[in-house]
Design a protein around this ligand. Structure first.
Ligand SMILES: Nc1nc2c(ncn2[C@@H]2O[C@H](COP(=O)(O)OP(=O)(O)OP(=O)(O)O)[C@@H](O)[C@H]2O)c(=O)[nH]1
Length: 218
């Protein structure tokens, strides 16, 4: 049985023009909410034109990757890729404030230090007293319901995102893989993710590459 989802409501909506370092530009409608269960300031970015089956990416915040261009992970290129693909297809980027797979920014940086002594990304979380991945997608489901989205195409390689959303009453009608943005610096991060997090990392693009849109039945 699907547990009752606490209701969230739309608080504000405002257009924001975006321009990425490579010059790609688009304008998104940024929505804020009241009633999100963890009290954090999560955002929904509406991209492109409304459509019956919106393409949705729940993107987990990564200050180092999204903002500073860190090469230790693939978060920055995935964010850039997602905004363009969702703008073309119509849908939402949910910007979720779950830094470091939910452990927070300082602990993520401490985990980096442990990784530099030989632990992988999941082992480092555990060594710090955390679960390997502490993310919970309840707020994502709340935002989608507030936006009137009950069925979507999910832009992600992470099977846990699809499973949790389904458990929260969201129908994942299709799964659309993100490209693999491989670089020398993030190769071990990506292979650990495929091994421990069961991420589908089928396509193999060097950083900057964006895979063609490819939908798989959900
Ligand atoms: N704990 C921890 N978190 C990290 C590390 N590197 C990046 N992250 C965080 O990982 C999150 C992104 O998760 P990933 O596992 O890369 O990808 P995903 O969102 O699960 O899957 P996709 O939807 O396919 O991208 C962001 O919140 C980053 O801040 C790390 O070394 N340790």
């Amino acid at each position: 049985m699907i547990p009752a989802l606490p209701e969230a409501v739309i608080r504000t909506q405002v257009p924001v023009p975006l321009r990425f370092p490579d010059g790609y530009a688009t304008t998104v409608l940024v929505t804020t909410f009241r009633g999100l269960v963890d009290g954090r300031e999560h955002l929904a970015l509406a991209c492109g034109s409304p459509t019956a089956l919106p393409l949705v990416r729940p993107h987990s915040e990564c200050l180092t990757g999204d903002v500073f261009g860190s090469q230790r992970c693939d978060c920055g290129p995935q964010l850039r890729e997602a905004v363009e693909r969702i703008t073309l297809a119509g849908g939402y980027l949910l910007y979720l404030r779950q830094e470091g797979r939910g452990i927070g920014l300082y602990d993520k940086l401490d985990a980096y230090a442990l990784q530099d002594t030989g632990l992988d990304t999941y082992e480092a979380n555990v060594a710090l007293g955390h679960a390997p991945d502490e993310r919970d997608y309840t707020v994502a489901a709340q935002m989608l319901r507030a936006l009137g989205v009950s069925t979507l195409a999910l832009l992600s390689n992470n099977p846990d995102k699809a499973a949790q959303l389904e458990q929260l009453g969201v129908t994942v009608a299709a799964r659309v893989p993100t490209a693999v943005h491989l670089s020398d610096a993030n190769a071990s991060y990506l292979s650990t993710k495929a091994r421990n997090g069961h991420h589908g990392l089928a396509s193999n693009h060097r950083s900057g590459g964006v895979s063609p849109s490819r939908a798989e039945a959900g």
